[in-house]
Structure formats: structure tokens, C-alpha cells
Write a protein that binds this ligand. Structure first.
Ligand code: 0X9
Ligand code: ZN
Length: 320
């Protein structure tokens, strides 16, 4: 584990191993838990990072790799977990966060798709760029649901397709896929505790807030913008990378059935999508040479959001 190369992309087998190793090495802070099975019957595990505390705690959720080809996302989840584990004892900021927040991290949401982009990457550029899951439709004539169109929020109303050939195929009904079922039911079961929902994608250098399915603004829009803008500033301070902050539908495009909109609508106030580097030169195929800087700056942004989340709940607790 000491020598695990965090500045490289890893095939799924190595990520499974990494999850086991890290929970063996830091058993008092990180534990591995079963979340559900993928379509192709692979186990999905999340990591819970938690410290004993007398304070009433809140929780945050972060998932990476809902889209198979966005390899920088799982790389970031791993980087972030290491950052927390290496620093929670000596760094007062991270210690304070962990005293007040439990972290749930799902390093690869779309495991079947991720494996598909790896196993066929050497023979076909097209498959390196696979996006969806690997569920079979129309008697095996077409494959994959866009898991980020399959959540139960304004399902398949806009920016999604009912044609299984399409990149944004929304599935046969809301939450038709085992992966979205697993994530939805876990989050539902913990929604009283979870106050922040982060879902990590690439590319575009954006911090996106709800909504994607409507131009209506969420009731906490101003606060979401403020917290998001502060995060973008913290990110830029690391390596000068520019991010834009705004509603998905305003600064990207319309989408329905996305996890982030669903999370906000079930009551999780701080819900964001990150679109990591770059802004188009390499796109989904971000060179490994950029992993470190991307993860450093994204860590700064996520910690900025978590500081704000912590402060908000700490002050409201202490105020009664
Ligand atoms: O289209 C998507 O699902 C995301 N972009 S990506 O290039 N990573 O595929 C954007 C999701 C933003 N969320 C919503 N618009 N709801
Ligand atoms: Zn994506």
C-alpha cells in the first residue's frame, strides 16, 4: 500500500485490492461495506471513513466513476481517501472534519462499464470511450444504460433517450438498473444524516449544482452558488485551473434522472456534480501526468465544501 501509485489509472482488480488493503491498514477509521451487485454480478463496495466522536455527526457521500470512460474520477476517489487517512491525525482541519462528519465513498459506481473500458481499450478506441453500464436490452441487441439518467427524478423527461442505442439511454423505468438501485436505497436509508452529495465526473472543469431537468432554482440556490464558488477559488489557488460554477441546465445542458438532482430532491442540501479536467484537449483520456495536479486541486475544492458544510451544521447545532 505504501507504494500504491496514486498517480496512475488502475484496473478494477487493483481497485478492489486497494479497498481491502486500506481497510486492513486503517481499521480504526476506514471500513469496507457491501452496497449491492452490478448487472454482471460483481460486488459493489463503499468505504466508510469515521472516527468515534461524542458530537452528533452528519455524513457526506461521494461517488466516482458512474460513467465508465471518466477514468480520472475513480483515481480522484482513491486519492481523496488517501489524503484523509494520511492527514486525519496531524492536520487539525481534517481531524475536525472527521470528528463531525462520516464519509461514505464509492470509488467506482459503474464497475461493469469501467472494466469494459479497460479490457477492450487496447483493441478498440471506441470501447475505451464506453460510457454506460453493461445491461442488455432488446434481446441482447444493445447494451448499457446511462446510470446518470436512471435515477428517480423527472425520469427521461429531457436530455435523455428511450432508445437503448443512445449514449443517454435512461433505462426501461426509473431505477431499473441494479447499480442505481443499490445507490438509491443506501442513500434513502441514510438520508436523515447525509447533508452533502458529491458525484465526480469528467470532463469540462465545472462545479454543477441542481437542477439539470428544470430552469427552476432550488430554494438554497444562493448558498449553493456561494459554497461552490468558494470551492472553485480554492481549486484555482492550487494550480491556476479555472472552473465555472452554476446550475447544470444553465452552464452545461439539460439532463433528467441524474443522481445529483435526485439527491437534492430527497432533501440532501449540498448536492454537486464535479466535472474534472480537462476542458477538451484530451477530454476523457486525460494523461496520467495530470492525475496528481487534478487530484490536488480537486481535494482543495472538496475540502472547502466540507468546511462550509461542517460550519453550517456546527453553528446550527450550537445555536440549539
Ligand atoms: O451528462 C452527464 O451526465 C454529465 N456530463 S458527462 O460529460 N460527465 O457525462 C453531466 C451531469 C450533470 N448533471 C446534470 N445535468 N443533472
Ligand atoms: Zn460523466
Amino acid at each position: 500500500l505504501e507504494t500504491y501509485p496514486y498517480n496512475r489509472y488502475h484496473p478494477m482488480g487493483e481497485i478492489y485490492q486497494w479497498m481491502s488493503l486500506i481497510s486492513e491498514k486503517y481499521p480504526e477509521v476506514v471500513t469496507q461495506h457491501f452496497l449491492g451487485m452490478t448487472y454482471e454480478t460483481r460486488p459493489m463496495y463503499y468505504l466508510k471513513i469515521s472516527q468515534p466522536s461524542n458530537n452528533p455527526k452528519k455524513s457526506i457521500w461521494m461517488d466516482c466513476g458512474i460513467h465508465a470512460r471518466e477514468w480520472i474520477a475513480p483515481a480522484f476517489c482513491q486519492w481523496f481517501v488517501r489524503e484523509i487517512l494520511q492527514n486525519y491525525q496531524d492536520n487539525s482541519r481534517i481531524r475536525r472534519l472527521l470528528k463531525n462528519l462520516d464519509f461514505y465513498v464509492l470509488p467506482v459506481l459503474n464497475i461493469d462499464g469501467y472494466i469494459y473500458t479497460w479490457t477492450t481499450a487496447s483493441t478498440s478506441t471506441l470501447d475505451r470511450l464506453w460510457r454506460k453500464s453493461r445491461s442488455s436490452h432488446n434481446n441482447g441487441t444493445c447494451f448499457g444504460t446511462d446510470l446518470n439518467r436512471n435515477f428517480n427524478v423527472s425520469w427521461c423527461s429531457i436530455g435523455a433517450s428511450k432508445n437503448c442505442q443512445d449514449l443517454t439511454f435512461c433505462g426501461t423505468e426509473p431505477v431499473s438498473e441494479p447499480e442505481t438501485k443499490a445507490v438509491s436505497s443506501f442513500i434513502e436509508s441514510k438520508k436523515e444524516d447525509i447533508v452533502c452529495f458529491l458525484t465526480i465526473h469528467s470532463f469540462g472543469q465545472l462545479i454543477l449544482m441542481p437542477y439539470g431537468y428544470t430552469k427552476n432554482k432550488p430554494s438554497n440556490y444562493k448558498e449553493l452558488i456561494q459554497v461552490g464558488q468558494k470551492a472553485a477559488n480554492a481549486l484555482k489557488a492550487k494550480h491556476g485551473t479555472n472552473y465555472r460554477v452554476g446550475s447544470s441546465v444553465d452552464i452545461l445542458y439539460a439532463t433528467s434522472g441524474s443522481s445529483r438532482d435526485w439527491a437534492l430532491d430527497i432533501g440532501i442540501p449540498f448536492s454537486y456534480t464535479f466535472e474534472l479536467r480537462d476542458s477538451g484537449r484530451y477530454g476523457f483520456v486525460l494523461p496520467e501526468a495530470q492525475i496528481q495536479a487534478t487530484c490536488e486541486e480537486t481535494t482543495a475544492a472538496v475540502l472547502s465544501i466540507l468546511d462550509d458544510v461542517y460550519e453550517k451544521y456546527w453553528y446550527s447545532n450550537s445555536a440549539g
